[in-house]
Design a protein around this ligand. Structure first.
Ligand SMILES: Cc1cc2nc3c(=O)[nH]c(=O)nc-3n(C[C@H](O)[C@H](O)[C@H](O)COP(=O)(O)O)c2cc1C
Length: 170
């Protein structure tokens, strides 16, 4: 059984990055993948800032260290990832993610900051030794239909990423 953990870097529940994570996980063969979604907004902010200890934070770190694949999902804030997801990855020592694959998933208000995955989220997780997937997902408003369902384009992006992750880790 492969272990996949998704990290939600949006401070808000029901975020579009969370929806993409769920669409991704739904496409994995259930019998082969042990999956978990870690909502970082459930963790004490004091603990994330190294001011106190928190059991949810410790359990989340352990889960990531046990994982083969990590989905790092975040909205774009100020042309890069959120402070929330940064404080979480700040908890790990150098090379803690070595041997693991990270798939960056980033949402934005428009396509303007799509390339920020390449100078923000991807190099950030590489400093921890992770291998970054090639088929990263950057999504914005036009990827969603009016009824809240994903567009064909977004489904195509997710399908490509699922194929890559299953191919490299399955
Ligand atoms: C504080 C803040 C900063 C933001 N900065 C950007 C930005 O620089 N570029 C951008 O495309 N969208 C920006 N946005 C819009 C969010 O990225 C967009 O609403 C988000 O992708 C929604 O994702 P979510 O539903 O996953 O939270 C910003 C939103 C907030 C609240």
């Amino acid at each position: 059984m492969k272990i996949l953990s998704a990290v939600l870097g949006s401070p808000f529940s029901g975020s579009s990055s969370e929806k993409i994570v769920n669409l991704f996980i739904d496409r994995l063969p259930k019998e082969e993948w042990n999956t978990a979604v870690l909502d970082l907004s459930d963790i004490s902010s004091e603990a994330l800032l190294f001011r106190s200890k928190d059991n949810i934070l410790s359990a989340s770190i352990e889960r990531i260290l046990d994982s083969d694949v990590i989905l790092a999902a975040t909205p774009t804030y100020r042309a890069t990832y959120t402070g929330l997801i940064k404080t979480f990855f700040d908890q790990f020592p150098e090379n803690a993610l070595s041997g693991k694959v990270v798939l960056p998933i980033q949402t934005g208000g428009s396509a303007e900051h799509a390339l920020s995955i390449e100078h923000g989220l991807s190099p950030m997780v590489r400093t921890l030794g992770a291998a970054v997937a090639s088929k990263v997902i950057y999504s914005w408003g036009e990827h969603w239909n009016e009824d809240g369902t994903p567009s064909k384009n977004l489904e195509g992006l997710i399908d490509q990423s699922v194929k890559e992750i299953i191919g490299t880790s399955g």
